[in-house]
Design a protein around this ligand. Structure first.
Ligand code: FAQ
Length: 311
């Protein structure tokens, strides 16, 4: 009977039908989604920290309002994603405890420091740009709640990408010091950004199954290549140089060739030893502990209201 159920499940996916929370699904599909969606949620929440660092120091009221809105959007994305993961039977408390204990992963990119204001530009342009490239196909992921969450997330991400690109454009047309600052940010964020897509296809243990289940629609390398191809053109408009001497248009492939990624650096960051891993987790844990009274007060308030309604 299990085999039959699994066949029907795969047929549904092959026919582009969505899987919904109450539908039968193989345990491994459920676990893969919990893993990916919770990692994605944690990335949004931890991802607020590098930019949060600049809210109080944004160079104008307009920049401050925009950055504040962007970081709030990221909180919202984290919350939709936790909700989507909860439909698979894991509790939010469990996901938080997996994050706080260091057991759960989140995107490697958020373990790098934000040293200058230009980093806000580079993050919006490159990190949100990479996120969009990866997430637009996820709007068609086979699991309904995940795919629907992604539609709104992607709309907001495209605003984020533009605000970052606009910062880069302003700096790159500014004084020589500003242009230098923009180039320095690109130098530091380029390689970590292309690492965001994950290991190469032959080193990606989850890709084949996730593509068969139509959670992923493109492989890590395919998405990385698309990102490189569009971003090189955007760098030209900025008049900035991508820090890769092997970057070259390949007429035959119709794509840009690019240099070797430092995979030792990538795995080192993923394993918890990047420049800011410890600081990021400590900040999150502190926020969680210091927010305990808020959670307790909200709970007490909800209980009072419920008692009143019942009375
Ligand atoms: N960092 O077999 P695969 C954002 C892990 S965007 C850390 O290829 P998979 C928006 C991977 O988990 C960032 N770990 O895995 C924003 C797996 O380990 P596991 C978040 C990574 O899942 C912008 C192992 O390596 N976006 O937040 C990374 O098929 C600005 C083997 O890899 C998403 O999460 C990495 N970069 O493909 C917010 C998108 N790459 O779990 C604030 C959804 C791989 O087996 C500011 N996720 N690993 O122990 C995905 O599309 C996929 O999960 C991939 C990885 C493509 C990330």
């Amino acid at each position: 009977a299990e085999i039959n159920l699994e066949q029907k499940f795969q047929e549904k996916i092959d026919n582009e039908l969505r899987i919904e929370p109450k539908d039968w699904m193989p345990e491994k599909y459920r676990q893969t989604l919990i893993r990916q969606i919770s990692q994605h949620a944690h990335s949004e929440i931890i991802g607020m920290l590098p930019e949060g660092n600049w809210i109080t120091r944004a160079p104008s009221l307009r920049r401050k309002a925009v950055l504040l809105a962007k970081v709030q959007d990221e909180a919202g994305h984290g919350l939709y994603l936790y909700s989507a993961a909860e439909t698979l039977g894991i509790s939010r408390d469990k996901m938080y405890s997996q994050l706080h204990s260091g057991e759960a992963k989140y995107s490697s990119i958020f373990n790098y420091p934000t040293i200058t204001w230009a980093d806000m530009g580079a993050i919006g342009w490159l990190v949100d740009g990479a996120a969009i490239m990866n997430q637009v196909p996820l709007c068609r992921a086979s699991y309904g709640p995940y795919s629907r969450a992604m539609v709104r997330v992607c709309k907001e991400e495209s605003f984020h990408q533009r605000q970052g690109y606009e910062i880069m454009l302003t700096l790159s047309k500014g004084s020589s010091v500003q242009k230098k600052m923009a180039q320095d940010a690109l130098n530091r964020w380029w390689w970590p950004s292309i690492m965001m897509f994950g290991p190469t296809d032959d080193a990606s243990p989850n890709s084949i199954q996730s593509m068969k289940w139509k959670i992923k629609r493109f492989s890590n390398d395919e998405l990385r290549q698309k990102f490189v191809d569009v971003t090189v053109e955007q760098a030209k408009i900025l008049g900035l140089t991508i820090p890769d001497k092997d970057l070259k248009w390949n007429e035959e492939r119709g794509h840009y060739d690019f240099g070797e990624i430092n995979w030792d650096e990538f795995w080192n960051v993923v394993k918890g030893n990047g420049p800011c891993n410890k600081e990021r987790l400590e900040t999150r844990k502190k926020a969680w502990e210091e927010g305990e009274w808020v959670r307790e007060a909200a709970q007490a308030h909800a209980e009072k209201r419920k008692a009143k309604k019942e009375a």
